[in-house]
Design a protein around this ligand. Structure first.
Ligand SMILES: [Zn+2]
Length: 441
């Protein structure tokens, strides 16, 4: 099971300059390779040359261009090899995602990659091989950079703002990524977690969840039970109250009185009404947080109680009009994003397994015969019939996706996964503020 730990870095001005320049060079390489890819794409359209196709569309084709680029542009040698390699892999992944969309293997919303502006988004530095290029000792993180003109290996020694959480064993750190948000630098470690007392898995006690727009999630277990987990009813009413309070508050003067402190400095004191409304707003926000947390823990506890392993679809909202920034915040703050954190924690605590399965194609693929509906199934279609004349099976949209998810979950757990996952009974879970009520779907 993989999880990520993010810790702030204490970075001096000189170190920030070095990190920025590493990021700039990786960003430069990405753009340089994209320029090449754009050119190759034009040529491929004309010639259909296999060699060009391999460079452009294979997983590692662009990466193989790096050694020659290093000769042409020796400054690249100042960056660690896996960081450069990763810039190429990221571009190849973006191109392959675009191709998958074009050929109906995933939602057709992915655009051909664009040039990246370093000033807008800091290019993260990814060290993706275990124990290579980075070393952690206590709070000291040593990063290998590239080599200087004389061929001497360069390194950067950074301090973590805090220790790693106690459950992280240094031996289990797989990857290390340096990111910058605002002025803050952080490191994200990807950690392979060991289960506390790895209980043996019972093949009939595995469940897969398909998170979706309409409901919280749809679950299908290897025990044949299908469960529609409803979004908590209270969220909507809280959101209405929050919007009302916000608009009332924002009608009041925030800058009501200019106060001068004894030392001569000044600040604005909001009006009494603004403060009162703001307090009420904070109160509602806090209640919303508490109830949401209770809902998430209740669902996670129940699943952990009923099953040995829980697989959750790696749902990423996408579609028209959603910017990268919006998508990120949706992911981080959405109920589903938080549920994954809670579920992972509850599973770990109770010696159960938590994992994520890749959702790509799970909705459009008929679980029973494997037929893939080209162009996907529109969101508003909740039930459909398999168009394959030999199958014609009637599907509940989310149930079909969750059944595919269950197969993928079983496969990831190295359990038998051939054949179909059948549903023998259906139910619905609703959260009533205290616990889950189980009813008919
Ligand atoms: Zn079918």
């Amino acid at each position: 099971m993989k999880s990520a730990v993010k810790i702030a870095l204490e970075v001096t001005k000189e170190q920030a300059v070095i990190l920025d320049s590493q990021s700039k060079m990786a960003n430069w390489l990405y753009n340089r390779l994209l320029e090449r890819a754009n050119d190759l794409r034009k040529r491929y359209r004309v010639s259909q040359d296999k060699e060009i196709g391999r460079t452009l569309y294979s997983e590692r084709g662009l990466r193989d261009l790096i050694p020659n680029l290093k000769i042409e542009h020796p400054f690249l040698k100042a960056v660690y090899s896996s960081v450069l390699k990763n810039a190429a892999l990221r571009l190849s992944k973006a191109i392959r995602d675009y191709q998958d969309g074009k050929h109906g293997r995933r939602a057709n919303t992915v655009r051909w990659p664009k040039f990246r502006a370093w000033k807008r988004t800091w290019f993260s530095l990814q060290y993706d091989e275990p124990h290579k290029g980075f070393a952690l000792c206590g709070r000291t993180l040593t990063l290998s950079l590239g080599k200087d003109a004389a061929g001497k290996q360069l390194a950067l020694v950074l301090e973590l703002a805090e220790m790693l959480p106690p459950w992280v064993n240094h031996q289990h750190i797989r990857q290390c990524r340096i990111v910058k948000e605002g002025h803050l630098y952080s490191v994200i470690f990807t950690v392979e977690r060991q289960l506390p007392n790895g209980k043996p898995l019972s093949p009939s006690k595995i469940v897969a969840l398909d998170p979706n727009h309409k409901n919280f999630a749809y679950a299908v277990g290897s025990d044949g039970k299908a469960t529609e987990i409803h979004n908590p009813y209270f969220l909507k009413s809280f959101d209405k109250r929050i919007d009302r309070l916000k608009s009332k508050r924002d009608h009041c003067k925030k800058k009501a009185h200019l106060i001068t402190r004894a030392d001569g400095s000044q600040f604005w004191l909001p009006s009494k009404r603004w403060l009162m409304l703001n307090n009420r707003l904070q109160d509602v926000l806090r209640k919303r947080r508490d109830q949401t947390k209770q809902f998430l823990f209740t669902v996670a506890n129940r699943l952990s109680h009923d099953y040995d392993a829980v697989g959750v679809g790696d749902y990423v909202p996408h579609g028209g009009g959603i910017s990268k920034k919006m998508r990120r915040s949706m992911n981080n703050r959405s109920l589903n994003g938080r549920f994954k954190q809670v579920m992972a924690w509850v599973a770990l605590r109770s010696g159960k397994q938590y994992l994520e399965w890749e959702e790509g194609g799970s909705t459009r693929t008929c679980h029973d015969c494997g037929f893939v509906v080209q162009g996907g199934i529109p969101v508003e279609v909740r039930e459909w019939d398999c168009p394959n004349a030999d199958c014609l099976r009637h599907h509940i949209r989310d149930e079909n996706a969750a059944r595919n998810g269950l197969t993928r979950t079983l496969r990831a757990l190295a359990l038998p996964c051939s054949g179909r996952r059948e549903v023998t009974s259906r139910r619905a879970w609703r959260f009533n503020g205290l616990g889950l009520t189980s009813g008919v779907r």
